[in-house]
Design a binder for this molecule. Structure first.
Ligand code: SAH
Length: 391
């Protein structure tokens, strides 16, 4: 790759790069030799001019996202090598099999590719860039995906209009695929629309938690709030739930939930899906459900929104704890990166105190193995969940 500049760090600011943390913050930079533009490859050096690694440059708080930590200049094969490693890890962890045709192939920092997400939907790779560098290199990345997966994919769709300000591309980088498209997850079928859907089209990160819901839902009267595609609803029904009611503020999400219920052979009348705000929906409910799922969107996207977000989580959980029947189960989640595990737990404790009921923690949940967390990048641990038993 063509290296456009050398970024030299202030004395003593090399520690995190030496520990394989990929982010170089603007405050750590002493000088830039050269005139890089956003998306360029640069070399990062310590104050003694020793090479720490190479990565993508982008003006802003995170100025460089390191992709290597050696003094060897990266070559054109870098993406192929890294995507190959990521794929192998999914094979080893047994993520991909006949009953699961959708998985995350690349999870940013967790796969040593800060700024890049690649989800595989039954033969279609959907790629999302969160950095200018991944945007610049998108065609090379698409070709690298094809080299690694070969017959495993027939097209690569690029979707970064929500993650990169100013970039409006929605395009196929390789091949072409028509919608509707069906994927399978633990034997359950789902429509995925990467063109119009949220994120890359489906929330793959809840796969193992959905499976656990299925295992606990037999005979239960289930309420799935913030249902989006109806993922948890389908698993609960597959697990033998008496019925599932699904709620989402978006009409589009409710349409999709209904379609996914039908696709799997479940009655959309008995299993009602309603477009409503979760807080409004819960307001006059009591003792109707004995199983409630709370999977809201990230209430806090930035640290300065955290306090307000915690109030939202507190109120939501307290409401579910008030509404649920005795001996009920609540699955509650937070996907806000800026809300850590302890803070989420403490907030749920506060909800319990408000609800004043006897509550136990049965399980503590996280993200699945195709959303790995680099041990050197704790920020990658974003999905937190608790399984609660409410007497
Ligand atoms: N549980 C889903 C993912 C949830 S994404 C899954 O397994 O795939 C969050 C969803 O919450 C979005 O579909 C969004 O439309 C919905 N949403 C946001 N605010 C809401 C609110 N106040 N009430 C109900 N739904 C809401």
């Amino acid at each position: 790759m063509k290296i456009q500049a050398q970024v030299v760090l202030k004395k003593g600011r090399e520690a995190s790069a030496k520990r394989f943390h990929p982010w170089i913050f603007s405050g750590a930079i002493h000088s830039v030799d050269g005139n890089p533009t956003d998306g360029d490859w640069v070399e990062v050096r310590d104050a003694a001019k020793k090479t720490l690694g190479f990565g993508h440059y982008q003006k802003g708080t995170i100025t460089v996202r390191l992709l290597t930590f050696t003094n060897q200049e990266p070559t054109q094969t870098i993406y192929k090598e890294k995507i190959g490693k990521a794929f192998y890890q999914r094979v080893i962890a047994n993520v991909i099999n006949e009953s699961t045709t959708c998985y995350r192939l690349v999870h940013g920092e967790g796969d040593g590719l800060s700024g890049l997400i690649i989800d595989i939907y039954n033969g279609v790779a959907v790629m999302q860039a969160h950095s200018a560098g991944m945007h610049t290199d998108r065609q090379l990345i698409a070709e690298s995906i094809r080299e690694v997966l070969a017959d495993g994919i027939h097209s690569v769709y690029y979707k970064s209009q929500t993650t990169l300000p100013g970039k409006t591309e929605k395009e196929y980088l390789l091949g072409m695929s028509v919608l509707p498209h069906v994927v399978m997850e633990h034997g359950n079928k789902f429509y995925v629309d990467w063109e119009e859907g949220q994120k890359t089209g489906f929330f793959i990160d809840q796969r193992e938690n959905r499976k656990l819901v299925g295992e606990m839902a037999k005979g239960k009267k289930v309420l799935n709030t913030f249902c989006y595609t109806g993922g948890f609803s389908v698993y609960a029904l597959a697990g033998g739930a008496e019925y599932v009611h699904s709620v989402d503020a978006s009409e589009k999400a409710i349409d999709l939930t209904k379609k996914n219920l039908e696709l799997n052979g479940y009655d959309p009348i008995k299993n009602l899906s309603e477009a409503a705000d979760t807080f409004d929906f819960l307001k006059d409910k009591k003792d109707e459900y004995d199983f409630i799922i709370l999977d809201p969107p990230a209430f806090a996207k930035h640290k300065d929104a955290r306090h307000q977000a915690m109030k939202g989580y507190q109120r939501l959980n307290a409401e579910a704890m008030r509404v649920i029947k005795p001996q009920g189960i609540i699955f509650t989640f937070s996907c806000s990166q800026v809300v850590d595990r302890q803070l989420f737990y403490d907030t749920v404790v506060s909800s319990a105190i408000t609800a004043g009921r006897e509550i136990k923690v049965l399980d503590q949940l996280s993200q699945p193995s195709d959303h790995p967390i680099s041990i050197y990048h704790p920020e990658g641990d974003y999905l937190k969940g608790l399984v609660l038993y409410v007497n």
